[in-house]
Ligand binder design. Structure first.
Ligand code: SF4
Ligand code: SF4
Ligand code: SF4
Length: 243
């Protein structure tokens, strides 16, 4: 099983991850120069930008340098996408609507929650007796699977499940977004590797940003974020995980 860590302290908002995601999935580029504010059926990942006052620790002076704390206005970047929840509500909703064994949303061998477009039938997919339409969207805490009006199926990040396990140039292949990130902000690997990396990075990041924390949930989301301060700084609810 695999996970992803997004270390926002390293993100420079270059958006190479967004471009790589679109290229790998043959998705159309954005239609105009207006910056997008949300994920869509053709934008599986989006780096959202905000500004906030962040507590920083830095060394000042030389004889010897002293450690001081200050609040500084900073641009903050949050790479949004599907969390690939362990108990994925979208999948359970799909099962309720289409029946066990017929669901269009499946957990793939890497842990990715993937939509099988040959089975996805949004036009007729309703949970009886409540008449809930688009149940996967309704039950996802982030309303994430998005309806593609062209193909008429739900779409979202698939954790690049079809790349994982392949070897390229002698190394195991990672997701398109992690591969493209020039700063190492996106770390993809097995659960054990990502958990260890998150722990080690958080210790390091806290030396610079004492309020840094992990977003996402232990054992319930396969995507986690290192945030340099409170969730609210990024305009996020405390619950950015999968419950
Ligand atoms: S974030 Fe939403 S779409 Fe993604 S796995 Fe969780 S419930 Fe499903
Ligand atoms: S994991 Fe793959 S599908 Fe998901 S955002 Fe990254 S590149 Fe896109
Ligand atoms: S590629 Fe890396 S640094 Fe660039 S926007 Fe994406 S996460 Fe941030």
């Amino acid at each position: 099983m695999y996970m992803m860590l997004v270390d926002t302290s390293r993100c420079i908002s270059c958006r190479a991850c967004q471009v790589a995601c679109k290229m790998w999935h043959a998705l159309p580029p954005e239609e105009n120069d207006e910056p997008r504010t949300d994920l869509t059926s053709t934008t599986f990942t989006l780096v959202k930008e905000t500004e906030g006052e962040v507590k920083r620790k830095l060394k000042k002076g030389t004889l010897p340098p002293v450690s001081v704390e200050e609040n500084k206005m900073m641009r903050l970047f949050f790479k949004d996408q599907c969390r690939h929840c362990v108990a994925a509500r979208c999948r359970l909703a799909c099962r309720d609507a289409l029946g066990k064994g017929n669901e269009a949303i499946v957990r793939e061998r890497t842990g990715a929650i993937v939509i099988d477009k040959t089975k996805c039938v949004p036009a007729t997919c309703v949970i009886k007796p409540w008449g809930t339409k688009y149940p996967c969207v309704e039950r996802c805490p982030y309303h994430l699977p998005r309806l593609d009006p062209v193909s008429n199926v739900m779409r979202k990040c698939d954790f690049c499940y079809d790349r994982i396990g392949e070897i390229k140039d002698g190394s195991p292949r990672t997701t398109a977004c992690a591969d493209a990130c020039p700063t190492g902000a996106i770390f993809f690997g097995t659960v054990n590797k990502v958990t260890a990396e998150a722990k080690a990075r958080l210790i390091k990041v806290r030396k610079r940003y004492p309020d840094a924390r992990l977003g996402g949930y232990v054992n319930s989301t396969r995507v986690r974020w290192i945030l340099v301060g409170a969730h609210a700084l990024y305009g996020l609810p405390t619950n950015i995980g999968g419950k």
